[in-house]
Design a protein around this ligand. Structure first.
Ligand code: S3P
Length: 171
């Protein structure tokens, strides 16, 4: 194993903020698949979805993950909320390192992402967003668990407590 941590979970689960703290704590490099794709394409996630469609974005995610399997060492890698849906991606993540699922309730996600305009899958009225979160989370929950070595329920924890749980996890 290349001594990486891979953080998975729904949009708004805190993968990026926890990931940055974990990287600082462990001296590892922080990487974020969304950020790497935005840099590679020179377009925002919204624009990639609008111009090329979701399937194209999912292929970018899989290609990036494959490349990271060859190149990433000693890193904390936060992956987009939809990336673990593909079975092959779950396999690549396990190759990459210790996979941690930051689990959250629907209501926490809805609260945290109120007013967010950067996620193309959560557009619409309050009711539409609520229904979409419910639908996506119901479909994904078991896939996140299937992908993970460690599951952390984060709703009642502070970020440093989440980081401490990850650091104390013995592989
Ligand atoms: C998505 C999650 C987003 C981003 C894209 C699609 C998803 O990443 O990859 O908007 O399908 O859940 P975050 O989980 O970092 O918000």
């Amino acid at each position: 194993m290349a001594d990486n941590y891979v953080l998975v979970g729904f949009m708004g689960a805190g993968k990026t903020s926890v990931g940055k703290m974990l990287a600082a704590e462990t001296g590892k490099k922080f990487m974020d698949t969304d950020e790497l794709i935005v840099q590679q394409m020179g377009l925002s996630i919204n624009d990639i979805f609008a111009q090329y469609g979701e399937e194209y974005f999912r292929n970018l995610e899989t290609n990036l993950l494959k490349a990271l399997c060859d190149t990433a060492h000693d890193a904390v890698i936060s992956v987009g909320g939809g990336l673990p849906v593909r079975e092959e991606n779950r396999k690549y993540m396990k190759e990459l390192g210790t996979v941690v699922y930051l689990s959250t309730t629907e209501s926490t996600v809805i609260k945290r992402l109120k007013g967010d305009t950067t996620r193309p899958l959560l557009r619409g009225t309050k009711e539409e967003v609520k229904a979409k979160v419910h639908d996506l989370m119901s479909k994904r929950r078991d896939l996140y668990k299937d992908a993970a070595h460690l599951v952390i329920e984060t709703d009642k924890l502070k970020k440093d407590e989440v980081v401490a749980k990850i650091v104390s996890y013995k592989k």
